[in-house]
Design a protein around this ligand. Structure first.
Ligand SMILES: Nc1ncnc2c1ncn2[C@@H]1O[C@H](COP(=O)(O)OP(=O)(O)OP(=O)(O)O)[C@@H](O)[C@H]1O
Length: 225
């Protein structure tokens, strides 16, 4: 493609820039936001099972030390606090968080890397991250996964047996403002009312497939196989 652009008489630097822009035009990332316990991972697991090569997760950065067998660039981008703070100052991250004294973050470049392979980069992010990604040029599809009630969320989290009483209460408290943000008109392209899982998945799947078909019709290459 670069040769073709140069052959049209376009200067080398401009041809290179145009080529990079065209080559970078992969599918739009897909943001799935929703309170803890609303069923995001359950929906994504089904999606990955049905389309194992179409979707991908970006590789996160972390300041924690690698565990045995973990590979830089595959499991995480391992970095240090100084570098991480510098990248944050340079506005290179969509979201960052600190757990047990280690910093973690999703960089815009890591999302583009998935996009460049023709895969849809899935981002499971919180409202602050959604606000951040909206300010970038990543142009994501934004989906909110809405649980029936807070009581249902509580039951799902208790049944999952993943929480202490303290973390459970924290998650439920955060859910109230997350749901308010999710239901505010204009914040998302699609709201999935996740009551019954089979119905919720069918609606999620149909929405995404329609989106991807529209992108394909506009010339975006999507990796189906
Ligand atoms: N529609 C549903 N009805 C009932 N239970 C559900 C439904 N969807 C998911 N669950 C169950 O609820 C629990 C929470 O689901 P899941 O782990 O997918 O939530 P999540 O939004 O990914 O949470 P987190 O953000 O904490 O990772 C799981 O045990 C899952 O099996």
């Amino acid at each position: 493609m670069l040769h073709a652009l140069k052959a049209t008489g376009v200067k080398k630097e401009i041809a290179l820039k145009m080529y990079t822009q065209l080559a970078n035009k992969g599918p739009r990332p897909l943001v799935l936001c929703g309170p803890s316990g609303s069923g995001k991972s359950t929906l994504l697991k089904r999606l990955f099972e049905e389309y194992p090569n179409t979707f991908g997760f970006s590789v996160s950065h972390t300041t924690r030390t690698p565990r045995a067998g973990e590979q830089h660039g595959k499991d995480y981008y391992f970095t240090d606090k100084e570098m991480m703070l510098e990248k944050i100052a340079n506005d290179e991250f969509i979201e960052t968080a600190t757990f047990s004294g280690n910093m973690y973050g999703t960089s815009k470049a890591a999302v583009r890397e998935i996009q460049n392979t023709g895969k849809v980069c899935i981002l499971d992010i919180e409202p602050q991250g959604v606000e951040q990604i909206k300010k970038t040029d990543l142009n994501p599809i934004l989906v909110f996964n809405n649980p029936p009630t807070i009581k249902d969320l509580e039951l799902r989290l208790r049944k999952r047996q993943s929480e202490t009483e303290e973390t459970l209460q924290k998650r439920l408290a955060a859910a109230v403002s997350e749901i308010a943000y999710g239901l505010e008109p204009g914040n998302f392209h699609k709201i999935i009312h996740n009551v019954e899982i089979d119905e919720a998945y069918a609606e999620f799947r149909e929405f995404i497939l329609n989106e991807l078909k529209q992108q394909e019709a506009q010339g975006v290459q999507i990796c189906w196989e």
